[in-house]
Design a protein around this ligand. Structure first.
Ligand code: ADP
Ligand code: MG
Length: 401
């Protein structure tokens, strides 16, 4: 088949995906599994702008690591409040601005205005004048605004204290009868606020909503929801096991969804009718090249080196003394009816695996009786524990054949 035909076929039908757009990073799904609590907390914090609009300017801060659903949850919340406002005859507007792109408070306000089709001058004003200008526009429209300042950590570092003060305290100044602008700050780490003045920080920290990391089960629920309710993947076009595998091997929701998307693309390119665990694995090693490299390295190890790795992994990747590992290794080998390698050989293996970037060694400090070498595996090795086990099984099979 020539390539042109191939591409045309590809455009005609997507055998794996039904609604691929539901996997886009900025897609907002109908459900947000495991984030109901955070949405409720935001609702409580912002209650006053629906019950007593204009009486307060509300600020909330959402904090959590990469891929914990901060952006999607806040945007969802924005949609919800706007809608509820409409039902109650209160005009609430919502803008979501990324501070990584708009690196001054001034520019974030300009961007918020642009999103709402509010015409503000984008130069020649001070930040405070711009704020006033935006406020007046809202006043004319009898509207209230929630601005979500995403990746706010960046703005803290790049903006002046004066501008941050403005965000936190502008409605403390006289001259405003109604308060129309409210904020949700989205940050990764509360420590980034340590550099701002106390009075500003206290205002920012009034209402903190925490986004904990997802458990593997929660990641699974998120994936499942995209597949089934959002119909990203055609019915039956992904193995249940593959979905589980992706959840198990993902650190956060962003990575998990990216893997799902790529696994589908690879399967489709292969002409496969269904996403299997193999495609999930391929996708993971492509997105996380380090894992790909480590997976290849594993294939070059001999059986005893693999068994030694298994012995180290027995402790869940914690640091253990080389003596303990050797005992563990000897046990594993004997259970297999094999003869363990000599002490000196075991040391040599560990040295080699250290050079290959599979294990980390460290000398135990004072306090422990006698000095010993402590060994642990790198994070990537932990990720591919299953591959190691499989590789061991393969080697054992080869031997008996
Ligand atoms: P953060 O802003 O914390 O880095 P995002 O909100 O961008 O994380 O989430 C990363 C990806 O994971 C997005 O595609 C988002 O839609 C998805 N996601 C995160 N949490 C959930 C959830 N609870 N339910 C559904 N999708 C989620
Ligand atoms: Mg985000």
């Amino acid at each position: 088949m020539d390539v042109k035909d191939f591409i045309e076929d590809l455009l005609q039908e997507e055998p794996i995906f039904e609604r691929k757009e539901a996997l886009n990073p900025d897609y907002i799904p109908a459900n947000l599994p495991a984030r109901e609590k955070q949405i409720k907390e935001l609702a409580i914090i912002f209650r006053d702008i629906l019950t007593k609009p204009g009486s307060v300017s509300v600020t909330a801060i959402t904090v959590g690591k990469h891929g914990t659903g901060k952006t999607v949850t806040v945007r969802k919340f924005g949609e919800l409040v706007t809608e509820i406002g409409k039902e109650r005859g209160i005009k609430i507007m919502f803008a979501h601005v990324n501070c990584h792109k708009q690196r001054t408070v001034f520019l974030t306000l300009v961007e918020a205005a642009r999103q709402l089709n509010i015409d503000v001058p984008n130069r020649g004003l001070s930040t405070q004048e711009l704020f006033k200008n935006l406020h007046d526009h809202l006043e004319k429209r009898k509207a209230f605004l929630i601005i979500a300042l995403d990746e706010f950590d960046y703005l803290i570092n790049t903006s002046t204290m004066e501008d941050l003060y403005l965000l936190a305290r502008v409605y403390d100044e006289p001259g405003f009868t109604t308060k129309r602008i409210n904020y949700i700050f989205i940050i990764r780490d509360l420590n980034s606020l340590m550099i701002v003045d106390r009075s500003i920080r206290d205002q920012f920290m009034k209402n903190v909503v925490v986004f904990p990391e997802y458990t593997k089960e929660e990641l699974y629920q998120i994936l499942k929801d995209r597949v089934e309710n959002e119909k990203a993947i055609r019915k039956g076009a992904i193995e249940e096991e593959a979905l589980r595998y992706i959840a198990e091997h993902s650190e956060n929701a962003r990575f998990a969804l990216e893997v799902l998307d790529l696994a589908g693309v690879i399967a489709q390119t292969d002409g496969a009718p269904i996403i299997t665990v193999e495609y999930a694995k391929k996708a993971i090693s492509q997105i996380n090249p380090e894992l790909g490299i480590i997976s290849k390295t594993i294939k070059d190890l001999d059986l005893h080196q693999l068994l030694l790795l298994k012995a180290i992994l027995k402790n869940g990747g914690k640091q253990v003394s080389i003596g303990t590992i050797e005992n563990e290794y000897v046990n594993i080998v004997r259970n297999l009816g094999e003869k363990p390698r000599k002490h000196s050989q075991v040391y040599e293996y560990i040295r080699k695996m250290k050079m290959l970037g599979l294990v980390i060694t460290e000398q135990s400090g004072k306090g422990t009786r006698g000095r010993t070498t402590l060994v642990s595996v790198t994070d990537s090795v932990k990720e591919i524990e299953e591959n190691i086990e499989k590789e061991i099984q393969n080697r054992l099979k080869e031997k008996t054949e």
